[in-house]
Design a binder for this molecule. Structure first.
Ligand code: HPA
Ligand code: ZN
Length: 326
């Protein structure tokens, strides 16, 4: 079997995908036209040409500009359904979607509008493709903890539909500890906890995420390699890392895929998974991430199977609800 077919035939979970980051320029323009929203680009081609990032912030500026095209429940539904269709083709059997409500509520979109649309797509994906899913609310770390609390307040009536919380946006200068009280409250509410850490930020942010926020998985986490004691701990505790190789190259965390540390982390015994992050911006969905990384680093098929299996094991589906793919 060739590599493409092998990768797509592996049952896998996607644990790190920002649903706003799956907004392809074609859909962005269609929604902007339908909703009467002005975009900073003149065409789909000009938009794609602007996707030359130098770091995380240079990406986030465009990502938030693009998300402005999303206004109505139907927009969020269509966005997520298009993602699920691609994910299904890539062999995804379960997806845990990040969404950034503060990006939308700041523009006057109601919190419930976002969740209604996403949840309707999740239900449709289960029926059409048998994909199970979960929603993870991400707090924007460049905003204050108080703004995070205000968002949690808006989320309370929707909490049965939200399974976890995460932390994303600009990492440098915004350590996880800034959100200690907010995440303590989220834990009391019984939510699963994750956080982006060690993408651009130092290994100390990963330690913070573990000790202060008490995360169950680390999103990215690739800079753990700079702290051998931390690597040892992550191996011992089998904390999953949701690594996003194409994202890391696009945002200049590594100069190219051949220099990515994923294989080294995997061979050190870390619970590594492969994910797409913001596939519309970074040049590929989950299967592309698996294939390009396998080729660049020479991952064996047994290693690819291990990575897919790690993703299923690290999902937030409780043991009692797990389907035969586990
Ligand atoms: N890092 C931090 N915040 C984000 C990302 C990312 O890769 N994608 C969307 N928000
Ligand atoms: Zn991310």
């Amino acid at each position: 079997m060739d590599l493409e077919h092998f990768v797509c035939s592996l049952p896998k979970a996607e644990l790190h995908v920002h649903i706003e980051g799956t907004l392809e320029p074609e859909m962005m323009f269609e929604l902007a036209r339908r909703n009467g929203v002005a975009l900073p680009w003149k065409s789909v081609e000009e938009t794609r040409a602007a996707y030359a990032f130098t770091d995380l912030q240079s990406f986030l500026d465009l990502y938030y500009a693009g998300a402005a095209a999303l206004i109505h429940e139907r927009d969020f539904f269509e966005l997520a359904l298009a993602y699920f269709e691609r994910a299904h083709a890539d062999g995804v059997v379960h997806a845990e979607l990040f969404f950034d409500p503060q990006t939308h509520t700041a523009r006057g979109v109601a919190f419930a509008t976002v969740v209604d649309g996403l949840e309707r797509a999740c239900a449709e994906a289960q029926v059409r493709w048998g994909i199970s899913s979960r929603l993870i609310l991400c707090f924007l770390r460049h905003l204050s903890e108080d703004e995070g609390f205000a968002t949690l307040e808006q989320a309370l009536p929707q909490l049965a539909r939200i399974h976890g919380v995460g932390l994303d946006s600009s990492e440098r200068g915004h350590p996880p500890a800034k959100f200690a009280r907010l995440f303590a409250r989220c834990r009391e509410l019984g939510l699963h906890i994750v956080a982006h850490a060690g993408e651009e930020g130092p290994p100390a942010y990963i330690v913070d995420a573990l000790d202060v926020l008490k995360v169950e998985r680390i999103d990215h986490g690739v800079r753990c390699a700079e702290d051998p004691a931390l690597v040892e701990r992550l191996v011992r505790e089998q904390v999953a890392l949701t690594v996003c190789p194409l994202s890391n190259v696009k945002l200049c965390v590594f100069p190219d895929l051949a220099q990515h540390n994923l294989k080294r982390l995997l061979e050190a015994g870390l619970k590594v998974t492969i994910n797409s992050d913001d596939p519309a911006y970074f040049g590929g969905y989950i299967a592309r991430n698996f294939i390009d990384t396998a080729r660049a680093l020479g991952l064996s098929r047994a290693q690819l199977k291990r990575i897919a299996r790690n993703s299923l094991e690290a999902s937030f589906v409780p043991e009692s609800l797990r389907t035969p793919w586990l």
